[in-house]
Design a protein around this ligand. Structure first.
Ligand code: ADP
Ligand code: GN1
Ligand code: MG
Length: 372
């Protein structure tokens, strides 16, 4: 079930469960994520810091205990490593403990809540506007993979099983088509045919993974550009939204980041003519990403990056259209046709990426060679 309705929460009871200094707070909704409900908790006492409170979407995340164990494990590991070179308090999310000894609590309605320190003087962007931001994005997600590449992938639970498994996503899509439970299929036959006609070409990463050619690593799996915080000078400060950090293929992170970086328009752009490829941003992201990962990437992984660039917008279109056919039960939507508009925008992005495939591959190759 998605969370489109405004709900009144008992914030006093929720905040009382966290190990923070008591006081008065201003509480406001924050951010533009599609899954969790996020609030900024601003203390009226200037000496007490601010917090970011999140209601974790329990319809999406079935194993909250496992999810939070992952988050504690990953943030501890990042903090230890970053302590050698930087400031772990600024560069890694800091979870706040609850009186129950865990890093999350439940309210009377059964909703799950967690809290982190609010990172001031930072900003997340839905759209990238300059090459510095794109370069910093590449450094951020590349470094994130690098810092986690010494962790055993099997130490983390799969917070959403088969999350980026395209065969699983296509299976759900076909079921949604068969069931047509809200009778929308006839109005989206063109989009359905477009996506199904490409289905057989999209499982390359999965097949190479199954064959042992691509190694499973710990990846972020939700590398939309607004899942990093930049400081006032557009330098990377922190990678956020760690709910889906789990075993995955590096091409997933590369492809999903490019999906949001290379597009000149928002993910849900209505005017398809406004969707264009910003090649300098692609080049800058690739440069930043490879500068951090070149030392561990295998040649097969390098080749797979472009597969991710095509796969991720495709998979996103499949997921948005599945949700549309199922009656908008997963992503937050802001108007009735929102998921369809998102689907069409991702399809348009995919068309452009397919047409420019060779050029983009050449750019990755030349950035790689420049590092050697
Ligand atoms: P969702 O899963 O709903 O996308 P996120 O964890 O990405 O939730 O958080 C939503 C938004 O809140 C982010 O895009 C970012 O703008 C902001 N945000 C998240 N964590 C912090 C933090 N610790 N400090 C400041 N801003 C944050
Ligand atoms: C969701 O939570 P948010 O908005 O960062 C989704 C991603 C999608 C993205 C599309 C857990 O991310 O997989 O790529 O929307 N997260 C989950 O904008 O499904
Ligand atoms: Mg997010």
């Amino acid at each position: 079930m998605n969370n489109n309705k405004a709900v009144a929460y008992n914030f006093a009871d929720i905040l009382a469960q966290f190990d923070i200094v008591e006081g008065e707070f201003n509480i406001k909704p924050f951010g533009s994520g599609h899954i969790n409900d996020t609030f900024i908790i601003q203390s009226k006492n200037k000496r007490v810091g601010d917090y970011l409170l999140q209601k974790i979407n329990r319809f999406v995340f079935k194993d909250i205990d496992g999810l939070m164990d992952n988050m504690v494990y990953v943030t501890n590991h990042l903090k230890q490593k970053i302590a050698r070179t930087g400031d772990p308090e600024k560069e890694v999310l800091t979870l706040i403990k609850c009186h129950n000894g865990k890093y999350y609590c439940q309210d009377a309605q059964g909703e799950y809540w967690r809290m982190t320190n609010f990172l001031h003087n930072t900003k997340s962007y839905d759209l990238v506007t300059n090459t510095k931001q794109a370069l910093q994005g590449g450094i951020a997600f590349g470094r994130f993979q690098t810092l986690l590449c010494d962790l055993q992938p099997d130490k983390l639970v799969h917070t959403i099983p088969d999350f980026l498994n395209i065969e699983y996503r296509l299976g759900n899509f076909k079921l949604a088509i068969q069931n047509d439970c809200v009778k929308r299929l006839s109005s989206v036959q063109y989009e359905v045919d477009f996506l199904l006609s490409r289905a057989t070409n999209m499982n390359e990463i999965l097949q190479l993974g199954k064959a042992g050619v691509l190694p499973l690593r710990i990846t972020h799996n939700d590398t939309k550009f607004n899942n990093i915080l930049l400081d006032q000078d557009d330098e990377i400060q922190c990678v956020i939204d760690l709910d889906t950090v789990m075993p995955g293929y590096v091409a997933y992170d590369f492809g999903d980041a490019i999906r949001s970086i290379i597009n000149t328009a928002p993910e849900d752009e209505k005017d398809l003519n406004a969707i264009k490829l910003n090649i300098p941003l692609f080049e800058a992201f690739a440069k930043g990403y490879l500068s951090q990962t070149a030392f561990f990437l295998t040649s097969s992984e390098l080749k797979s990056l472009m597969m991710g660039v095509v796969l991720l917008p495709y998979m996103q279109a499949v997921r948005f259209l599945t949700d549309y056919l199922e009656g908008d039960i997963y992503y937050k939507t802001h108007f009735p046709e929102h998921n369809l508009q998102r689907t069409r925008a991702q399809m348009q992005l995919l068309r452009l990426l397919e047409a420019d495939y060779q050029n983009l591959s050449d750019i990755i190759q030349s950035q790689w060679l420049a590092l050697k």
